[in-house]
Design a protein around this ligand. Structure first.
Ligand code: FAD
Ligand code: ZN
Length: 470
């Protein structure tokens, strides 16, 4: 299968024939990062401007052909890869990679959707400012993908998700019109909030072509500390203590269970291991407006208090930027260590922080009863109530077979507990293909009907990333 000849010609006219790919190795666009989904694109189109995106959309609309927007293709829920029909047009935004403007007084940056996140961070840094969205995929994911999935990452506890950082968007609608919503306003109450409708819509309502994002003054110092805790309840108590002692200085609070760090040690033995293995390890990050010395002193006071209260067993404060980066590297290597270990069942869940210790105790026990030996890679952004509660096959059990046979039952166990605790089945990765069915059972019928009505109103022909989210 392929796309109709007339459409192919229209796409070539829109973006230039060298940027319409129909043959050769397209697997970089067709396969997702986890290698769970492998579709086939009728054509891959690489526009370089908003006008070109609009022309591509109008051509597809006229031909009745559906589109899949794609940025860095690092998404974890199969939202950005084509289906297997070989008839969809994959719209890659990667050539749209210009920083358009930095407004120092307004503390904003406006950039094309295809800018790699790290590129946006570096552009802000070069102006002595700071763009606080940060995640392990930042070297390849794009700003448009971050907004389309409302990405979270490691500094949400202080700065919020991609949504909280966004002030304005430019979007090509499913009709091929351009919504010029690139405002840098922090206040604008002029009716329905279109920006927030597109954020998190995973390419199902239109194609984001640019965004205006908030910047903050660059902190004078960023330091980290690592602690070990005996229980998850102690980690939660430590979070409360850190919030009260450090206030807005607390910019990261990550937990890692024993097995997640054991996997990192197994697959990346060269990485640092500054503390003895413990049930729970916490990585704290602090940003300070004055400097390194004050930040370290505040950490030391906090950790002394935590030791006195019996909340932590061991603690170390990083002595240099390199050491801090080493600690973050360990934390960010967990997903990679997991893929090295083999296919696994991922759950990106949100819970009230207060409910997390109970949730984990109950769900761990239910899974162990379901299949003895099941291995839990539990880590994540405790400061935001977001766990990556992942399930790996028991030692010696074939991972692919485990996934095939156990995924539905394991998901039921985990998501039933999530629901019972008032949580969400997707905290920061989105719905995509992976959780679309599950969402039908877990979200209120009123919410689902409203979402479908919005989709129908904005994309009545259903050509914008069909089969995802709703
Ligand atoms: P893609 O994968 O290309 O696309 C993702 C979705 O957005 C798809 O549905 C696609 O159709 C849509 N889309 C992409 N661009 C556009 C656009 N311009 N307009 C409309 N729709 C579009 N996520 C977190 O939130 N926090 C983390 O800490 C985190 N860590 C990660 C670590 C690793 C190692 C990896 C591989 C992923 C991680 N992610 C994390 C997943 C996260 O969703 C992505 O990294 C990122 O936000 C997606 O950006 P992307 O450009 O790669 O989007
Ligand atoms: Zn995460």
């Amino acid at each position: 299968m392929s796309v109709p000849q007339a459409l192919l010609r229209a796409l070539q006219e829109a973006v230039g024939s060298e940027h319409v790919l129909v043959e050769g190795d397209l697997s970089g666009y067709e396969k997702d990062w986890r290698r769970r989904w492998h579709g086939r694109a009728g054509a891959v189109v690489r526009p370089s401007s908003t006008e070109q995106v609009a022309r591509v959309v109008r051509a597809c609309l006229e031909a009745g052909v559906s589109m899949v927007p794609q940025g860095g293709n690092t998404g974890l829920v199969g939202g950005g890869v084509p289906d297997s029909s070989g008839t969809q047009v994959l719209v890659s935004l990667r050539r749209m990679n210009r920083i358009r403007q930095i407004d120092r007084a307004n503390l904003t940056i406006t950039a094309d959707a295809g800018c790699v996140l790290q590129h946006v961070q570096e552009a802000a840094d070069a102006e002595g400012l700071f763009f606080p969205l940060s995640l392990a995929a930042e070297g390849s994911c794009t700003l448009g993908g971050n907004l389309a999935t409302n990405a979270g990452g490691t500094q949400v506890v202080r700065y919020g998700n991609a949504r909280e950082l966004c002030l304005g968007l430019e979007v090509v609608t499913p009709q091929g019109a351009v919504w010029p919503g690139l405002s840098g306003l922090r206040k604008d109450n002029t009716g329905y909030d279109l920006r927030n409708l597109y954020i998190g819509s995973e390419g199902t309502l239109g194609i984001i072509t640019a965004a205006t994002m908030k910047l903050v003054p660059k902190p004078a110092a960023v330091t980290t500390a690592l602690t070990s805790c005996a229980t998850l309840a102690d980690c939660v108590a430590l979070l409360g203590l850190a919030q009260s002692r450090l206030g807005p200085g607390l910019t990261g609070f990550e937990v890692m269970n024993r097995f997640s760090l054991a996997l990192v040690a197994r697959h990346f033995p060269q990485l640092p291991r500054p503390l003895p293995a413990a049930e729970w390890t916490v990585l704290l990050e602090q940003s300070d407006t004055e400097g390194e010395a004050r930040a370290r002193a505040r950490f030391e006071q906090l950790l002394e208090a935590a030791l006195e209260q019996g909340l932590v067993q061991d603690a170390v404060v990083a002595e240099s930027l390199a050491q801090s980066q080493g600690l973050w590297h360990v934390r960010e290597s967990i997903p990679l260590a997991q893929s090295e270990e083999g296919l696994n069942i991922k759950h990106d869940i949100a819970l009230p922080v207060s409910a997390i210790p109970d949730f984990v105790a109950r769900t761990d026990a239910a899974l162990a009863a379901h299949q003895p030996g099941i291995r839990l890679v539990n880590f994540g952004h405790l400061g935001d109530g977001n766990l990556h509660y992942n399930v790996q096959a028991p030692d010696g059990v074939d991972a692919a077979q485990f996934l095939r046979e156990q995924e539905p039952a394991v998901n039921d166990i985990v998501y039933d507990q999530v629901q019972a605790c008032g949580g969400s089945i997707s905290a920061e990765h989105g719905v995509g293909q992976l959780k679309r069915e599950e969402l039908q059972h877990r979200k209120s019928p009123v919410a689902l009907a409203t979402m479908r009505a919005i989709k129908q109103a904005l994309d009545p022909k259903g050509l914008m990333n069909p089969g995802r989210v709703v």
